[in-house]
Write a protein that binds this ligand. Structure first.
Ligand SMILES: [Zn+2]
Length: 127
């Protein structure tokens, strides 16, 4: 019987390099989150509200900063989620497999986006 081999042909060195990139990216994301948000729980952050003062222009600046932090928070949270997931996949030995069709993601795509969770075909379909 032919055993179906689903593991992508990625070398240990390739995966090691991606993991180093992902770990570095995770540190960057956490640093940005720390600067602009308040951690409310594990992997959950709220945008920081900075108090500039009570004058109209200060209040307007507070709202602008909060909105900026809010959109940043969402982006960072999604990035962190994907990076953590990719690192977990490396640890579990199934890094580089598309979550939707189970086929290997091309090394070129993983090199460009180490936290990619779907192959190019599935990505295109979901757009
Ligand atoms: Zn796919």
């Amino acid at each position: 019987m032919l055993k179906k081999d689903k593991s992508p042909k990625l070398t240990a060195k390739f995966i090691e390099t991606r993991k180093a990139e992902l770990t570095k990216r995770r540190q960057e994301i956490l640093r940005e989150l720390k600067a602009d948000t308040v951690q409310v729980a594990d992997n959950d952050y709220n945008a920081k509200f900075v108090d500039y003062g009570d004058k109209d222009d200060e209040n307007a600046a507070e709202v602008a900063t909060f909105e900026k932090n809010l959109s940043l928070e969402k982006t960072l949270e999604v990035s962190l989620y994907n990076v953590n997931k990719a690192i977990k996949k490396i640890d579990e030995g199934n890094y580089g497999l598309c979550e939707k069709c189970d086929k290997p993601i091309t090394p070129e795509r993983l090199e460009a986006f180490p936290s990619a969770t779907s192959c190019m075909d599935c990505k295109k379909k979901s757009l």
